[in-house]
Design a protein around this ligand. Structure first.
Ligand code: FES
Ligand code: FE2
Length: 385
């Protein structure tokens, strides 16, 4: 018997988990465009957002331009979330300073007109880019700004793109981003947690998985897992889930076996070290099949019974992943064969952090204009004879 008396509780892995300014993983995350809110959020009021541990205020001026400003006013540091959206920018509630989307101070109404300070103050802000209903921001050094990645699954005719941002259905919210995303490369848990333990939380063909059918591999843009298994009718099913750098972007298929590419790019947005949100852009055909996830199909409105006892009897990713704690403690783990995807995930992340530390571009940065910003993906499901 090993007594728990005197058990040493380790510190979290600060390098891989901390996302605030100046932290190793935080600096890596800041080299890529990240979603901050929905375009539809930017209406007549400013929107307070928190991302990577930074508090910011997003707004859209009267000319339709989106901006993302540091939330404290450059005058006496009150929050700009109480400001007024105007034709030329965002006006602070306290003494009326007016900022445009690039942080220029356009007016200081309580100052003499010729006060030269107006020209000398630049309010901190970030570049933004709107795409398909999501507002993305680049929070890194301006000289390192990369191209905005455009994924192949978005560039199809005969349909349109739809954006979503908020808590994930059944997924974790109140914990570190890393444990939520490496959970996707811990593919075998699907065949325990979501089937044997809690009953079917995904389509039934996922039952009875053999660990040897799974393969993980590193790709140019991140990593992926591939599964190949024989179905009851003798056909072969190939399934691919894909992670894109900085490994908080994923393309995941959770429906019945059939031949179909994943049509949604999903982001895990680190709010701070212990909170996250989901965001996605999904291609929806004009007529025909809208690919909602298998999970949403089984439980379209989320979980009906929210009681603690129900979550104990039927835990989901939310319980398993948040159950690892606000920030998972790697020092308590004993990683085994089935964790090889998790090990690969952490190794790729560490290499990318090292690249940033040594002044290089990390994996998955698009800068070569000859290749443009087109990203080919492979995630989906194939059934063949
Ligand atoms: S604090 Fe914003 S204008 Fe004075
Ligand atoms: Fe899961």
């Amino acid at each position: 018997m090993k007594s728990a008396y005197g058990l040493k509780i380790p510190e979290p892995d600060a390098e891989l988990t901390r996302v605030g300014p100046g932290t190793p993983c935080g600096e890596l995350m800041r080299r890529y465009w990240q979603p901050v809110c929905l375009s539809a959020d930017l209406v007549d009021l400013p929107k307070a957002v928190r991302i990577l541990g930074e508090d910011l205020v997003a707004f859209r001026d009267g000319q339709g331009r989106a901006g993302l400003l540091f939330y404290r006013c450059s005058h006496r540091a009150t929050s700009l979330e109480y400001g007024r959206v105007e034709a030329r920018g965002l006006r602070c509630c306290y003494h009326g300073w007016l900022y445009d989307v690039e942080g220029n101070v356009l007016e200081m109404p309580l100052e003499p007109l010729n006060n030269p300070i107006l020209k000398h103050i630049q309010h901190p802000c970030y570049p933004v880019r709107e795409f398909a209903g999501l507002v993305f921001a680049y929070l890194g050094p301006l000289e390192k700004i990369p191209q905005f990645p455009l994924y192949d699954v978005w560039q199809k005719s005969g349909g349109s793109l739809t954006a979503r941002m908020g808590p994930r259905v059944g997924g974790p919210v109140n914990c570190n981003w890393l444990q939520a995303e490496e959970n996707l490369m811990d593919a075998l848990h699907t065949f325990w947690l979501h089937t044997q333990h809690s009953g079917p939380q995904f389509p039934s063909q996922a039952y009875g998985m053999n660990p040897d059918e799974l393969k993980y591999e590193e790709t140019d843009m991140g990593m992926r897992f591939l599964l190949r298994r024989k179905l009851a009718d003798g056909k072969w099913w190939e399934l691919i889930w894909e992670m894109i750098m900085p490994l908080n972007v994923h393309l995941v298929y959770t429906d019945e076996p059939k031949t179909e590419r994943v049509q949604a790019v999903t982001y895990c947005v680190p709010v701070d070290d212990t909170h996250q949100l989901g965001a996605s852009i999904r291609w929806v055909p004009e007529d025909g099949h809208d690919q909602v996830s298998g999970r949403e199909k089984l439980s379209p409105a989320g979980r009906h019974d929210q009681s603690y006892a129900y979550t104990q009897r039927h835990p989901d990713d939310k319980e398993a992943v948040e159950g690892q704690g606000p920030i998972a403690l790697h020092g308590l783990e004993h990683l085994v064969t089935s964790d090889r995807g998790v090990l690969m995930f952490r190794g790729i992340l560490r290499a990318a952090i090292d690249a940033v530390r040594s002044g290089k571009d990390p994996k998955g940065i698009l800068r070569d204009s000859a290749k443009a910003n087109f990203v080919r993906t492979s995630a989906g499901s194939i059934v063949r004879d």
